[in-house]
Design a protein around this ligand. Structure first.
Ligand SMILES: CC(C)(COP(=O)(O)OP(=O)(O)OC[C@H]1O[C@@H](n2cnc3c(N)ncnc32)[C@H](O)[C@@H]1OP(=O)(O)O)[C@@H](O)C(=O)NCCC(=O)NCCS
Length: 339
């Protein structure tokens, strides 16, 4: 058997198609409760990386047949010693050393770029879950990586959403949020708030529990936010936002974002929710998130599932999510390997 690994040229459509098919086949096996992978999003990950990311994709061919790929994300603006590594092998070709060979290839790229740590995530078991095969976790452990951060994916079944309770939570949150008002938008944020959003995004990792993950706060400015928006446009991601504005200063100090991929009207991700530390304790996180849920449902009436990821240690955010009806669906671990 001849195993060959080569860089993917973003213009090489047939190799991209093969990489997509591998990712879709793996997703159906590894996370069967997630919707099919969005092709437009997948291709844009290769062709339109986020600003400040140098992304390198390589494909493994076994006797000429594409069987796996690895993506290395080198960070140019911050975290320059950390590289994201995503590695997927077609379920029909696993346990033949393809994963190990792809990682060895990625490791050489990391060394050449001067990175000292590789970070990747893999599906994990939930506490109390019946034992099952977790190839990503077994593979990461076999490489010598350390489990650095445990996340839980929680799911909201929209049909079971208790709407009167949501209305009551919102009314409570509004009462606790005197001196603040909310603003909402779809897609791009209004230009007047971009600098404040950059400040909030930059704070996110300074505040979120990161476990043992060695990750520095990201340097985010208005231009980087605009570049991220362009990258999201290229992926075809529909975005809904509700944010909180401090009436005294006019500054935007809290934000919650929900998004849907181009290939679905039924599945959304609850993404960022953040409140500036100086404005915490006014239920602004709950306010933005709950109001954004209503906002999104008004435009996406077919939505039936919303997933969100939280660090298992992020008790405050988890309490907000549980109040809204989110329940644990799967575990996810960030693995870190010093190379
Ligand atoms: C994880 C993954 C990439 C492994 O690919 P692979 O080609 O099967 O990996 P390899 O054959 O090189 O396995 C290397 C070692 O990992 C361990 N391993 C891999 N899969 C395993 C499994 N299902 N059960 C137990 N150990 C496993 C073994 O120690 C294996 O060595 P061995 O076969 O000599 O015992 C593949 O299962 C996959 O695509 N999973 C979904 C995506 C993912 O989780 N990626 C990892 C992100 S960190």
């Amino acid at each position: 058997m001849d195993l060959d690994i080569a860089t993917i040229d973003p213009a090489d459509q047939s190799t991209l198609d093969a990489a997509y098919r591998i990712a879709a086949a793996a997703g159906a096996v590894d996370e069967p409760d997630l919707p099919p992978l969005c092709r437009r999003r997948f291709e844009a990950l290769v062709r339109h990386p986020m600003p400040g990311i140098d992304t390198r994709w390589s494909v493994a061919r076994l006797d000429g047949v594409p069987v796996g790929w690895v993506r290395v994300d080198l960070h140019l603006l911050d975290n320059i010693e950390n590289a994201g590594v995503d590695l997927v092998v077609d379920p029909a070709y696993r346990r033949r050393g393809v994963g190990r060979a792809l990682f060895a290839y990625a490791r050489r790229q990391l060394r050449e770029a001067g990175c000292t740590r590789a970070v990747g995530s893999a599906v994990a078991a939930l506490p109390g879950e019946q034992e099952r095969e977790l190839p990503g976790a077994a593979f990461a452990a076999a490489l010598g990586a350390k489990a650095a951060l445990v996340d839980v994916r929680r799911r909201l079944d929209v049909a079971a959403l208790d709407r009167p309770r949501l209305a009551a939570l919102l009314a409570d949150a509004r009462a606790a949020a005197a001196g603040y008002r909310t603003v909402r938008w779809q897609g791009h944020p209004p230009e007047e708030y971009v600098a404040d959003l950059a400040h909030l995004e930059g704070r996110l990792l300074a505040d979120a529990p990161l476990g043992d993950l060695a990750w520095e706060p990201e340097k985010v400015d208005a231009e980087r936010i605009r570049g991220m928006e362009r990258a999201l446009d290229a992926r075809g991601i529909r975005r809904y936002s509700v944010a909180a504005v401090h009436e005294g200063s006019g500054r935007l100090i809290g934000w919650s974002l929900l998004s849907l991929a181009a290939n679905t009207t039924r599945y959304a991700l609850q993404q960022i929710t953040i409140v500036d530390p100086a404005h915490r304790g006014h239920r602004l996180g709950l306010l933005c998130k709950a109001e954004n849920l209503e906002h999104t449902l008004a435009y996406e009436p077919e939505l039936d599932v919303i997933d969100t990821y939280n660090a298992a240690a992020n008790t405050h955010m988890i309490a907000v999510n549980e109040q809204l009806g989110f329940r644990p669906a799967a575990g996810s671990t960030d693995w870190q390997l010093t190379i």
